[in-house]
Design a protein around this ligand. Structure first.
Ligand code: SAH
Ligand code: SF4
Length: 434
């Protein structure tokens, strides 16, 4: 989502005649997009401030802006903490960022702007930062398309509802227009974005749900061979979605379904609104519909009150589901979230032990699943040259597995059949067969 926001803002600035600078030293304007999801992400941003201050000392006319979730969360406090900042622009106000930057550069609006949090829900999502008019895309092959913003869930650990606001769906007409445009420009892989795509359509005047949207996309943009989506909430992922994933040729056979924990007690305290048993039932259903489909998830370990038994339940769920991959995080307390009231009784040391143990188990499962693909033929869309070797190209299967092959010919942008010959936990090695 942040990548999409950065791309949109870049498009706005290019439209105003700005050009990309070769380095931060040469830049007249630096906009720093930020994430608040974990403390670690925030510390990285604060860590960069010293470098920004030095740049500004050398070049006083340099304009520095903070955008995204940290801007939304900290607002004007940023100016107090970091006087070198000129602009703070919240997540709901990105469409104005070009005008704000121009005003600052012309010195019209005084030295600074803060964009307050109450504007969060005001940006009309159909404008998607005015993107109907802005054609800029960072990539030629893959595109990100926002279908909804915000989140109506209230998971107790999570800051997203406070930094991104309530759920707003974009009208299907506007999404389909963008999809047709992407199809005509030759995009091959489109990722539909939302915090909870399965509740797409809520609050719209039209009678449309997420599965219905996928059907419409398939109908209007059949030239796009790969459609993906993130993220689904387990509570709202259902049979109709799995049926559409099975039946529509362009919708990829990969589901990212964050579970967070395998323990019912922890899920309850997280307010995830589903149980371990419900989750496992959905997974069974998914596997019935898409036996060749892949699965990924997110876990939080060391949530307040997580016992050794709760953690063992998480490892057990990991084994039962056999995810192809998982993002595993230690719990990070976020200011203002309901979980701050829970007693965080898991020590940092214990959290990191659990993280290591869960990661180790997941690596073994990923390796096992990847090894099972040795000898199979996979359709791979090649995205880039690998960094290490000029004659090696990296791409993805429909199931989002990374595949590397050697080739004397440039493969970027091509869709080829590949025979898998070796496997590691994160990458498959293959040979071209077509
Ligand atoms: N809307 C998505 C999640 C977005 S946040 C969903 O519900 O699936 C992405 C992931 O970050 C979450 O799934 C969770 O695993 C992790 N996360 C969110 N808040 C966190 C916190 N306070 N500490 C640690 N991990 C967190
Ligand atoms: Fe956060 Fe939960 Fe909403 Fe995901 S569903 S964004 S974890 S509150």
């Amino acid at each position: 989502m942040n990548e999409r926001d950065s791309e949109a803002v870049t498009g706005i600035l290019f439209d105003k005649g700005y050009q990309a600078a070769a380095s931060t030293e040469e830049a007249d304007l630096i906009l720093y997009n930020t994430c608040s999801i974990r403390d670690h992400a925030e510390q990285k941003v604060f860590g960069r401030m010293g470098a920004f201050r030095k740049l500004k000392e050398k070049k006083p006319e340099l304009v520095i802006g903070i955008m995204g979730c940290m801007a939304q969360e900290h607002g004007e406090n940023f100016f107090k903490m970091n006087p070198e900042i000129d602009l703070v622009c919240g997540t709901g106000n990105l469409s104005q960022i070009g005008d704000l930057v121009e005003e600052i550069q012309r010195g019209r609006a005084g030295a600074r702007h803060a964009v307050p949090i109450q504007k969060l829900a005001i940006d009309r999502i159909d404008d998607d930062y005015g993107l109907d008019g802005i054609q800029y895309r960072a990539d030629k092959l893959k595109a990100l398309v926002t279908i909804m913003k915000g989140c109506d869930h209230r998971c107790t650990y999570c800051i997203v509802p406070y930094t991104r606001g309530v759920e707003i769906s974009r009208s299907s007409e506007s999404i389909l227009r963008e999809m047709k445009d992407l199809a005509s420009r030759g995009f091959q892989d489109v990722m539909l974005l939302g915090q909870n795509v399965n509740s797409y359509g809520k609050g719209l005047d039209e009678n449309m749900d997420f599965a219905g949207l996928l059907e419409k996309i398939q109908a209007v943009a059949p030239q796009i061979p790969r459609i993906r989506f993130i993220t689904s909430h387990p509570k709202d992922a259902h049979t109709r979605l799995f049926a559409v994933m099975r039946d529509l040729p362009s919708v990829c056979e990969h589901l990212h379904l964050p579970v967070q924990s395998g323990s019912n007690a922890v899920l309850r305290r997280m307010k995830r609104e589903h149980t371990r048993e419900w989750y496992l039932e959905q997974i069974e259903e998914y596997k019935r519909f898409l036996p060749q489909g892949s699965l990924s998830t997110d876990f939080i370990v060391g949530f307040p009150g997580e016992t050794e038994k709760d953690f063992a339940d998480t490892l057990d769920l990991m084994e039962k589901v056999e995810f192809d991959s998982a993002y595993i995080f230690t719990y990070s307390e976020r200011p203002g979230t309901p979980a701050t009231k829970l007693k965080d009784d898991v020590t940092e040391q214990e959290k990191s032990r659990r993280l290591q143990e869960a990661m180790k188990l997941q690596r073994a499962i990923s390796l096992r699943k990847n090894q099972a693909l040795i000898g199979t033929s996979q359709e791979v869309l090649f995205e880039s040259k690998t960094r290490r070797d000029e004659n090696r190209y990296g791409g993805r299967t429909r199931t989002y597995k990374r595949v590397v092959v050697s080739s004397a010919q440039d493969l970027v942008g091509q869709m080829r059949q590949v025979k898998i010959v070796a496997a590691a936990d994160e990458t498959l090695l293959g040979e071209l067969t077509s």
